[in-house]
Design a protein around this ligand. Structure first.
Ligand code: HEM
Length: 416
């Protein structure tokens, strides 16, 4: 029976989860000495699980599905309704290949080049400024670069507003109240805007290059050969631009890590690729971003003597798996050198999901994320010098998403 598995004894843990934030699952798997426990969230029975073996189960498409797993409030702010995140089976794989085709190594390289160009222009602008907040600058750099890459025209006077809207959709994911509503409004507005652009591409009023994200979304054919409606194509186009803006969080954490662990700067100055790669991987592992993922049980099965009932909601612990001492030596230390010997598992380093991107829901944007982080790190280490005034670089684990409190303030930024 399921009596053996720990049950969290409160009536409903929703408020506790929001209050504890990132470590909610990790705390309990440590307390109960298990990788699986049952609790109640939003009025329903939920299984929480953590670690590499749990991740392998979670990505078994015979056992789990995504449709119906995400609360409406997430779809109405972060993701958009009926998009790739909610799809299952062959229809999902077909849609997923569209995304994967837009994130190949040539695309990764192109995006990274555009991001470096934008950093260089930003540095020009900073010359007359007393101080800059890297987090805010990164958002704008990424919005400009990703719109250029995707083929989305952006007027100079709309950059600030569009930047905030993309960011507010991301910022809404762990929030109730005003932050959530901001995210919803930002989504509605952005969907309207992008839908019009899709229509313009289809009508030939807006030039789009074959192979660009806007073109490929506008003319994508579903499995049955029919086109996506313009709104849906727009939602999927937003699904490649919005997460790129979200990389600003990892960039702010990278800068904080450089400051807190200056011993790594020398290696990054002498510049071999592996040091960049390892530093970036450790930022993605160590710092919190995505807390958990949700899926629903497709058909009943038993694992660890626990019966997963059909339609049950299951959460996979992303933050905890990235800090699991069974997988990572001294998981709470920032140590990029650990990646010199990392075997490259599909279910251990999972800041952007596990498994294979083309066969499941794992993020297709990891290559782009890593290249953008590497180029931004190169910019910070090798292209500019700056002073770091006293500030609060701590981050709250009970705020989702989170980033260094001060946003990383830099003074007296100068070119090298
Ligand atoms: C899915 C994280 C950047 C596009 C995901 C998932 C996670 C994630 C956790 C869900 C995996 C799952 O449901 O199993 C992140 C993080 C990023 C990032 C932390 C860094 C800021 C990007 C970028 C792009 C992107 C740069 C595109 C250029 C997507 C798409 C999906 C996705 C389209 C949906 C995949 C699916 O449902 O099949 N991401 N991502 N992400 N990501 Fe990312």
């Amino acid at each position: 029976s399921n009596g053996q598995v720990p049950h969290d004894k409160t009536l409903d843990n929703t408020l506790t989860l929001i209050k504890e934030g990132y470590p909610f699952i990790k705390k309990r798997v440590e307390r109960y000495q298990t990788d699986l426990f049952e609790t109640r969230l939003l009025g329903q029975k939920v299984v929480c699980m953590s670690g590499e073996e749990a991740a392998k189960k979670f990505y078994d498409r015979e056992l789990f599905k995504r449709n119906g797993a995400l609360p409406k409030r997430i779809l109405k702010s972060l993701f958009g309704e009926n998009a790739v995140q909610t799809m299952d089976g062959d229809a999902h794989i077909h849609r997923k290949l569209l995304f994967v085709s837009l994130m190949t190594p040539p695309h990764q390289k192109r995006v990274a080049e555009l991001v470096m160009d934008e950093w260089q222009s930003a540095a020009e602008k900073w010359k007359g400024m007393e101080e800059v907040v890297l987090f805010e600058e990164a958002k704008e750099v990424l919005t400009r670069a990703s719109c250029k890459w995707a083929g989305i025209p952006l007027e100079e006077d709309e950059v600030k507003e569009r930047t905030e809207d993309f960011f507010e959709m991301v910022n809404a994911f762990g929030a109730f109240g005003p932050t959530h509503w901001k995210g919803r409004m930002a989504r509605n507005k952005t969907e309207e805007w992008i839908k019009r652009l899709i229509e313009d591409v289809r009508d030939g009023k807006l030039d789009a290059e074959k192979g660009s994200a806007i073109y490929e979304m506008a003319f994508h054919k579903k499995e049955d050969g029919s086109m996506l409606d313009a709104h849906m194509a727009g939602v999927e186009l937003i699904n490649v631009v919005r997460p790129l803006i979200a990389v600003c969080i990892f960039i702010a954490f990278s800068a904080a890590a450089l400051y807190n662990y200056p011993e790594y700067k020398e290696n990054l100055r002498s510049g071999t690729e592996t040091y960049f790669e390892n530093f970036v991987q450790e930022v993605r592992r160590y710092y919190p971003f995505v807390p958990y993922l949700g899926a629903k049980v497709k058909k009943e099965f038993t694992w660890r003597d626990y019966t997963f009932e059909e339609e049950m909601l299951v959460l996979l612990d992303i933050y905890g798996t990235n800090h699991d001492s069974a997988l990572w030596d001294e998981p709470n230390d920032f140590k990029p050198e650990r990646f010199f010997t990392w075997a490259g598992g599909l279910f251990d380093l999972i800041p952007q999901g596990g498994g294979e991107a083309s066969k499941g829901h794992r993020c297709p944007g990891e290559g782009i994320t890593i290249e953008v982080m590497k180029t931004s790190l190169d910019f910070l280490v090798n292209k500019i010098d700056y002073d770091v005034p006293e500030q609060d670089l701590s981050y709250n684990l009970d705020k989702m998403p989170t980033w260094p409190e001060s946003g990383f303030v830099m003074k007296n930024v100068r070119e090298k």
